[in-house]
Structures are given as structure tokens and as C-alpha cells.
Design a protein around this ligand. Structure first.
Ligand code: ADP
Length: 358
């Protein structure tokens, strides 16, 4: 017979940090119910949609705390939505919990593919996500997702974004003809990024993923002035020359005080579909070593996947991520690592302001 009781369960997990706020889950009213039936406890746990991608990790951690306190017990979790609307961030009135910029030192490393994939993967795992293409020099998000059309202006003068299902997407690619070059001057760039952020009808978001232009710091500076960013993800390929550019991107984000949420090594190996052998075409592991050296979290590697390239070219990235588990698995791992790291930062410094405990 284990020493299982409602009190044992509550005491064992009460102080566990809520992944979104970093505050003890019991103090946030997230332990909705504990039912005991002999050696078996059923815990109804509320998690916000911001934490949904790592729900299984949270329940696994709670389970080991409970079984340490009551050895031999069997724990079942019923995870339910714990509604917690986002507050407005910055001066601009955007309602979002975590703004993530995805950048790279140079073009062609898969930054847009990774930005769109992280957005799609977080959404698939239960979060409310928006995607903003700030790569004004080469806006490729509409193409990757097969989206077209012109954002309309609503009666209350907001920009109605183009939506992929329920995911709002905004891109300069919706506003200019595909083969038109846009010459950007600093103030224009600054103005249009701010307009995208503040005048688009994003709704209430857990995550706004921003695809940054490669290399330059102008957009990063504009963003850092407009709102607090949860972090930047730097995408690079494994070759030494590509890593040099990634180091520059990291130093650029540091200069404008955007915290580094992590590095992603894209195209780190190719699994031959004919023989199953892995070829490290561009090398492998360089980004992990560089991330360690620079004290930046490493979020994971993505292999060269022909289905991803074809999907991107044909505007079917969302479809393929939805239906192809092999293509999706490494992207999901990167997205989970990102959310896990945000949870760790929240636990290390929970917000001081009071939060609504709905
Ligand atoms: P960037 O935004 O860095 O310029 P893109 O995301 O546009 O790069 O990607 C450049 C090209 O590489 C696209 O054709 C894309 O489909 C392809 N690509 C990106 N990542 C992968 C991958 N992991 N496997 C296969 N092709 C990829």
C-alpha cells in the first residue's frame, strides 16, 4: 500500500513552476482536482496553451515528484486548458506572450523554412501562433505556405492578415508584386515593421514568430525598440564559413539586447532514401560546439530532407508538416526545446507583476 493521499500529491507538486509564468502551479490555481482511488491518483492539471507543446514533459516531471513522495503509486493526468489571456506588450498594443525572432547570418540557410516550421509545429502542438515575415528584402513566407491575396483594411482601420487556417500571417510579399524589387530606406523599413506589429489584427497570441532579414541589424533594432522579445533563434548550416556568419548574427542580437533563445543547425546530414546511410554533406555538430562556446542554448539539428525542399517550393510546407512524421519530428524537437528554454528562464525569474489566475 502506498502513502497516497490528496495532501501528499498536492504537497509533492505544489511548488513545481508553471512553465509559462515560472510561478508555483498551486499558487496559480492550476491543480484543478486530485482524486484518489487506492494506489491510483488522477490529477486534473490546467496548463495554458502557451505551455501545450511541453505538456507531456511537465506531467512526467510531476509524476516523478509524486512517486518519490508516494512510492508504488500510479498517477494519471488529465491535462485541461487553463485560460490565461496575454497582456499587451510594449507601447504598441500587441497581445502576445512570447515574441520570437528567427534570424541568420546570411541567406539560403533555411531561416524562413525554420521560422515557418516552428510556427506550424507550435500551432500543431496546441499553441496560438502568428507568423510575421519581416524579411522585407526577400519575403518568402507566402510562397512556402502557398498563401496569396491582399490583406484588407477592416472598418476600425486594422489590417486583416492573410490566414492559414486559424494562423494569422503577415508579409510584405502580400503587398508588393512578386517580381518587384522594393528599395527600402531606413525610416520606411522602421515604419512598415511597426505598422505590421501594431496595426495587424493578430488577435490573442501565445507566440509571434518573426522571420528576420538575414544579416543586417536594422529590423532587429526596430523590433527591440518596439517591444520586448522573448528571444532570437539563429539558424545556421554546419560548415565553418557559415558558422562565422552565425556568430555575427548572434553578436548583432546581443548588441540590440535581444536575448538568444538558441541556435538551430539546419541541413546537418542527409539520410539517403535509397541506402539509408547518413552523409554529412556540410558537416555536422559545428553549431552545437559553437553554441556551447558562445553560451547560447542549442535547440537541435534538422537533416536535409528532400520532402521539405519540395514542399517549400510547391507551397505545401504546412501540409507536409501535418502529414509527414519523419519530416516533422526534428522540427517538433526544436520547437519543444525552445518552449522548454523559455520555461526555464521563466522559472529562474518569475514575473514580479501580479498575473490573473483565471
Ligand atoms: P533562407 O530563409 O535562409 O534564405 P529558405 O528557408 O528560403 O532559406 O531555404 C532555402 C532553400 O533551402 C529552400 O529551397 C528550402 O526549401 C531549402 N531547405 C531549407 N531547409 C531545408 C532542409 N532541412 N532540407 C531540405 N531543404 C531545405
Amino acid at each position: 500500500m502506498s502513502s497516497l493521499s490528496e495532501q501528499t500529491v498536492r504537497t509533492a507538486i505544489a511548488d513545481h513552476p508553471d512553465p509559462e509564468t515560472g510561478r508555483p502551479i498551486d499558487s496559480m490555481g492550476q491543480i484543478h482536482k486530485i482524486e484518489i482511488d487506492g494506489d491510483r491518483a488522477t490529477v486534473t492539471l490546467g496548463l495554458s496553451s502557451h505551455s501545450a507543446p511541453i505538456a507531456e514533459e511537465v506531467t512526467a516531471a510531476l509524476e516523478s515528484k509524486i512517486t518519490a513522495a508516494a512510492p508504488g503509486s500510479q498517477i494519471v493526468f488529465d491535462v485541461v486548458d487553463h485560460p490565461r489571456p496575454p497582456a499587451r506588450v510594449g507601447q504598441i498594443g500587441l497581445r502576445v506572450k512570447s515574441v520570437i525572432a528567427v534570424g541568420s547570418g546570411k541567406g539560403g540557410v533555411g531561416k524562413s523554412t525554420v521560422a515557418a516550421s516552428i510556427a506550424l509545429s507550435l500551432r500543431r502542438m496546441g499553441s496560438k501562433v502568428g507568423l510575421m515575415d519581416a524579411d522585407v528584402y526577400g519575403p518568402s513566407i507566402p510562397h512556402l505556405l502557398g498563401l496569396s491575396g491582399r490583406p484588407s483594411i477592416t472598418a476600425d482601420k486594422r489590417i486583416e492578415p492573410i490566414r492559414l487556417g486559424d494562423m494569422p500571417v503577415m508579409s510584405m510579399g502580400f503587398l508588393v508584386e512578386p517580381d518587384q524589387a522594393v528599395i527600402w530606406r531606413g525610416p520606411m523599413l522602421h515604419g512598415s515593421i511597426n505598422q505590421f506589429l501594431s496595426e495587424t489584427d493578430w488577435g490573442e497570441l501565445d507566440y509571434l514568430i518573426i522571420d528576420m532579414p538575414p544579416g543586417t541589424g536594422d529590423v532587429a533594432l526596430t523590433l527591440s525598440q518596439a517591444l520586448p522579445l522573448a528571444g532570437a533563434v539563429v539558424v545556421c548550416t554546419p560548415q565553418a564559413v557559415a558558422l562565422l556568419d552565425a556568430v555575427k548574427a548572434i553578436s548583432m542580437f546581443r548588441k540590440v539586447n535581444i536575448p538568444l533563445a538558441g541556435m538551430v543547425e539546419n541541413m546537418n546530414g542527409f539520410v539517403c532514401p535509397d541506402c539509408g546511410k547518413t552523409y554529412d554533406i556540410f558537416g555536422s555538430g559545428g553549431a552545437r560546439a559553437k553554441a556551447e562556446e558562445l553560451n547560447v542554448p542549442f535547440l537541435g539539428g534538422l537533416p536535409i530532407d528532400i520532402t521539405l525542399r519540395i514542399a517549400g517550393d510547391e507551397g505545401r510546407l504546412a501540409e507536409v508538416i501535418e502529414s509527414n512524421e519523419t519530416a516533422r519530428a526534428p522540427l517538433d524537437a526544436v520547437s519543444k526545446a525552445l518552449v522548454r528554454n523559455l520555461a526555464r528562464s521563466a522559472a529562474a525569474s518569475p514575473p514580479k507583476v501580479s498575473l490573473p489566475t483565471l
